[in-house]
Write a protein that binds this ligand. Sequence first.
Ligand SMILES: Cc1ncc(COP(=O)(O)O)c(C=O)c1O
Length: 500
Amino acid sequence: MISIRALVHRLIPTTPTVSFTNQAAVKGQRSYQQQFDAAYQHFRHSYPAYDSTHKLDRLRATEYARLDQQGHVYLDYTGGSLYAEAQLRDHMALLSSNVFGNPHSKNLTSLAMTNLVERTRDSVLQYFNASPDEYMVIFTQNATGALKLIGESYPFAPGSTYLMTADNHNSVNGIREFARSRGAAVRYIPISAPELRVDPQALTDALEQAHPGTNKLLAYPAQSNFSGVQHPLEWIEQAQAHGWDVVLDAAAFAPTNRLDLSRWQPDFVDISFYKIFGYPTGIGCLLVRKRVANKLRRPWYAGGTISFSSVVADGHYLTPGWAGFEDGTVNYLGLPAIECGLKLIESVGIETIHTRVMCLTNWLIDQLIALRHRNGRPVVQLYGPANMDRRGGTVQVNFFDANGHMIDCLMIEQLANEQRISLRAGCHCNPGAREAALGLTNEDLAPCFSKKDQLSFEQFLHAIDGKTTGALRASIGLVSTFADVYAYVQFAKTFMDRTL
Ligand SMILES: Cc1ncc(COP(=O)(O)O)c(C=O)c1O
């Protein structure tokens, strides 16, 4: 087997002919600058809305200077967004000028903390325009923690159904284990290439199939973390009209789109805050519509979740509302940083971020899919929509050499690293989208699960006969600039006319 490193040397000359990053540009490559300036002028002409987003350039220059100082081209916003220095300053100033104790007691320092935690809860409701009469906020460790709360508490039982789109993060797929273990039916609605969307008729059929009068849960991502597809929010009302409860996984959608919970009212929404504003990690939330909260049954209780429990009498009362779901001590010193992050986004405006992301994504897709080897073969294959209709800023591709051979996405990620470009290679925890994109069939994958012993990754590769396991994701976000996507396109161009 040829090592990645050996492959790299066969594919790419050791001295690339084009420079990619700001750092390389600094090395006196005037032509790079001139070409960049011309491309930028052309881009601004083609996307006039971009000029309305210049406050993001100021923000990047002041609050994110570390990116350009260190020559980073960051294109992994769906992995995690980046924090402004002001968020750190505001959070540290708050902590260093106050005395905070563990909340939920009546002493002074505890009360001060409880007030801040509750203020944060209110600010999350406000940010998503969610009425406190309609929704409650449960703080969790991340989006996954929020989804797990649904899985373990939803009243799955024989006769009930858990329905998902094939396009889902593993943390949504994983709920099927709770559903199955309690006798519920588990179903998927397929997605099809090349756009990796759901056929609306297949959704309608699946919604109509389930038994009336049973508990039925539909889960889908508002934006795919694999393809960037934005599945319709209209499905929420359609499913609810058929008696379904709806989980809207907003982890990849919320960072660059307005989620207005006065307009769209899913029963559950999961969020990871670092994906919106970078800091802090380790805090997410589950927004639960109060009308379904009473259905949920926690499988256990813990410190922080009960109003009363007894060892002698062997009983407990769960605290009603969000408190019954927040196990143990919440990340109370971290929580006020959520308010700092939300303030940052509000100071720029999510619509401004959205506009910029749409302009840059459109340009990037057009450039990448237009790249051709001299023999006319395409350099990249895009997985997902090739235009901006109902999609977000995630651009998933594989690269092909001039003979049409796919180049291992892990190798491209490594080559991008050498240019300080952060892309992400793999399946991005979304096996259904990967399988639809790469055409992996049940026959391809069955050998992976036929043996009693768990396969290692190498054995897995062998089992699928050396087929590729993933793709390369660029994701555009909060402080992306034209220079970032331009650098990626220049990097992509270096694969033209190369053979493995
Ligand atoms: C669409 C989607 N859902 C859920 C998750 C899980 O988020 P976390 O790992 O922060 O729990 C992710 C993470 O990438 C995601 O992209």
